[in-house]
Ligand binder design. Structure first.
Ligand SMILES: Cc1ncc(COP(=O)(O)O)c(C=O)c1O
Length: 360
């Protein structure tokens, strides 16, 4: 499908001095680039009105169905500035594919993958001066929501697709900082047949109370157990999880519809196999995790996702008490996988897998 993008440059982009100041210490999700891409869909015209334009607020009807029934999905991906100055995307076609899986689950229209990719690349291109160097990245947020003004409960007949971008600093200021998890006894993230495998806003809304309770306990992230037995480790509020054993095994919970199929997770499985680890997708119970950490056979655990890449898990708090993983620090296997993945993402290693795409 071809779609003509109209480009209307920002009449007053942020001046270079203020942009440099924002890029110096961007944090995460605080600053936004000058432009956005929008494409509209309705049941009569399909995808139309593709624009690259100044980032601005939407005008939205108070009856727009997203405000009531939460038909909304999103993606998270990053653009990196390679050592040779090229701007690189990491496996963006996987984000395009997952976006459509989320769209299908939420009864939203499919966006052809080439249009998703073109929209992302056009935004990176027009805002290329916003891609930080020095280990930073430009976080890209493609999303889609229903904007039909109608209060009946059914899939909407019109939608907006949009991409915005936000510079992100190096996530790991101190590579040895391992995170602390809170295992919520009260809340689940996703049930069989639910929306756990989709990247829809509602999943995150439902996780925020548990995340707030994690922060109140001085933990970094909440860990969810399965909704049926309350036994099996699923994932964190915004990251997948891996376990490292002293005999070279690496285990991550299987994708059974309740876990987001992370692109970082998938990449790590490939890299780890190449490094000689025995990788499997298998259920891990919380009790077993605790027992294996106590016996020492489980040496490391880490969380992974686009935003944080790979974060070692140092300790785990639950109503039953607290336990440490390994020596409580980010371990050597975690560090090696993180170094290799970030080098691949930045184009510092040969792209053996065809994972990296130059933007322009
Ligand atoms: C719930 C959840 N799980 C896992 C992930 C990791 O996915 P990815 O590696 O594709 O960023 C994310 C982040 O997007 C997430 O929000």
């Amino acid at each position: 499908m071809t779609l003509v993008f109209e480009t209307i440059p920002h009449p007053r982009p942020l001046d270079a001095g203020s942009r440099s100041a924002a890029l110096e210490n961007p944090g995460f999700g605080k600053h936004f680039t000058d432009h956005m891409v929008t494409i509209r869909w309705n049941s009569e015209a399909g995808w139309h009105d593709a624009r690259v334009e100044a980032r601005r607020p939407f005008e939205i009807d108070p009856a727009a169905s997203v405000l009531h029934y939460a038909q909304e999905i999103f993606e998270g991906m990053k653009a990196y500035r390679g050592a040779d100055g090229r701007i690189l995307l990491f496996r963006p076609e996987e984000n395009a594919r997952r976006f459509n899986l989320s769209a299908e689950r939420m009864a939203m229209p499919q966006l052809p993958e080439d249009i998703f990719l073109e929209a992302v690349k056009r935004l990176v291109d027009v805002d290329r001066d916003w891609v930080p160097g020095n280990g930073g990245s430009l976080y890209l947020r493609p999303f889609m929501f229903s904007d039909e003004a109608f209060l009946g409960v059914r899939p909407a007949s019109s939608y907006v697709f949009c991409v915005i971008a936000s510079p992100a600093g190096a996530y790991f200021r101190n590579g040895d900082d391992a995170i602390r998890l809170w295992v919520t006894p009260d809340y689940t993230r996703a049930a069989p047949g639910g929306t756990g495998a989709a990247k829809c806003g509602g999943n995150y809304a439902g996780s925020l109370l548990a995340q707030r309770q994690a922060i109140a306990r001085e933990c970094d992230q909440v860990l969810f157990l399965d909704a049926v037995e309350g036994r099996w480790v699923e994932e964190l509020g915004g990251m997948n999880i891996f376990f490292v054993f002293d005999d070279g095994r690496l285990i991550t919970p299987p994708l059974r519809g309740t876990i987001l199929p992370g692109i970082t997770r998938d990449s790590i499985m490939t890299i780890a196999r190449e490094r000689g680890l025995t990788v499997s997708e298998a259920p891990v119970s919380f009790d077993q995790w605790q027992a294996d950490a106590a016996s020492g056979s489980l040496t490391e655990a880490f969380a992974c996702g686009t935003a944080a890449v790979i974060a070692g898990i140092g300790s785990v708090l639950s109503p039953g008490g607290q336990f440490a993983v390994g020596d409580g620090k980010t371990g050597p296997v975690t560090t090696a996988l993180r170094d290799e993945l970030t080098a691949l993402q930045r184009g510092d290693r040969p792209d053996r897998h065809g994972w990296v795409q130059a933007c322009s």
